[in-house]
Design a protein around this ligand. Structure first.
Ligand SMILES: Cc1cc2nc3c(=O)[nH]c(=O)nc-3n(C[C@H](O)[C@H](O)[C@H](O)COP(=O)(O)OP(=O)(O)OC[C@H]3O[C@@H](n4cnc5c(N)ncnc54)[C@H](O)[C@@H]3O)c2cc1C
Length: 276
């Protein structure tokens, strides 16, 4: 049985010796960024532009070995750790002030297995990256609704998207994951291997380790799909949402609605912008 204890990596901002940091950085196949080094300012930015955190180190991992080394380095030096998948989390949890960011955004390898109808994608892939590869074969797995979102954070939180009514959540469609746990072990978790860990990561968030790759079931979808975007005035919101509720009770499972309440420019201006 897998040990599910979470080793909390806190402390941080520790004055690490140049030699120690240098050794860690030179061992990476990716790159190690620090304040003042080219690329650091861009690498600390997230989708939510309001987040302005300054990590001590950003390990831009290129492979599983880099992830294992980063986890071990953080644990041995008592560093606060943040893991970055697609960097889309609004709260900015993918970056930590004064800590080490284990950045997977370079790890986007994707392989479709047509024989098993599955796809394996690395932890830095976005929904758009995965769709790009699977759609070559007219296949898709249930993910979210915005292409720039990372598969990692989305799947670890459950993952709800366009295919949910027909095929369920992203986490329902996970076949297995490869994961580096806080003690630096590399494990595979599935229905038949490290089952308790597999249960935990399907909706439990990022606390169980760094997931380096996800394997999902694929389904025939498209290549042509329909999307209809309709705007109603705000004062009809109640009526429209009630209608949607009634309509969806009878609608086929292929149909998925998404209701958004928000402020938009005047309709004439909006349509003008779209027409241009
Ligand atoms: C515009 C927008 C649209 C969205 N649409 C949807 C949607 O349709 N459906 C839906 O379900 N959600 C949606 N979300 C929410 C989104 O799924 C979460 O914000 C998710 O955390 C984003 O994943 P990420 O990898 O991009 O995030 P990140 O910001 O990189 O990470 C989010 C969290 O997961 C952890 N984490 C990231 N990668 C790993 C990893 N490899 N291993 C372990 N932990 C990791 C991070 O440490 C952090 O705590 C949307 C968010 C936005 C901003």
């Amino acid at each position: 049985m897998t040990d599910l204890r979470i080793v909390t990596l806190t402390g941080a901002d520790a004055a690490l010796g140049e030699k120690v940091v240098g050794q860690f950085g030179s061992g990476l196949r990716g790159e190690l960024l620090r304040p003042g080094i080219a690329g650091y300012e861009e690498a600390r930015l997230l989708w939510n532009g309001l987040i302005d955190k300054r990590p001590a180190l950003i390990a831009r991992c290129a492979c599983v070995g880099d992830v294992i080394d980063s986890v071990n380095f953080a644990r041995e030096n008592d560093l606060l750790v943040a893991v970055r998948g697609g960097g889309h989390n609004v709260a900015g949890n993918a970056v930590a002030n004064g800590g080490l960011v284990i950045d997977l955004s370079l790890m986007k390898g994707i392989r479709v297995d047509l024989r098993r109808s599955t796809v394996r994608a690395e932890g830095g892939a976005t929904l758009g990256d995965l769709d790009r590869e699977a759609q070559v074969f007219g296949l898709a797995t249930p993910l979210g609704v915005v292409s720039e979102t990372g598969i990692a954070g989305l799947t670890l939180g459950g993952g709800i998207g366009w295919l949910r009514r027909k095929h369920g959540l992203s986490s329902d469609n996970l076949v297995s994951v490869d994961i580096v746990t806080a003690d630096g072990r590399f494990l595979t978790a599935s229905e038949t291997e490290n089952e308790d860990l597999f249960w935990g990561i399907r909706g439990g968030g990022g606390n169980f380790g760094v997931v380096t790759s996800f394997e999902y079931r694929l389904y025939p979808v498209g290549p042509e799909v329909m999307f209809c975007f309709v705007l109603y005035p705000g004062d009809r919101a109640k009526e429209v949402l009630h209608f949607c509720d009634e309509y969806m009770a009878e609608a086929p499972d292929e149909v998925s609605p998404l209701g958004v309440l928000g402020r938009v420019p005047p309709v004439e201006e909006l349509y003008g912008a779209v027409a241009r």
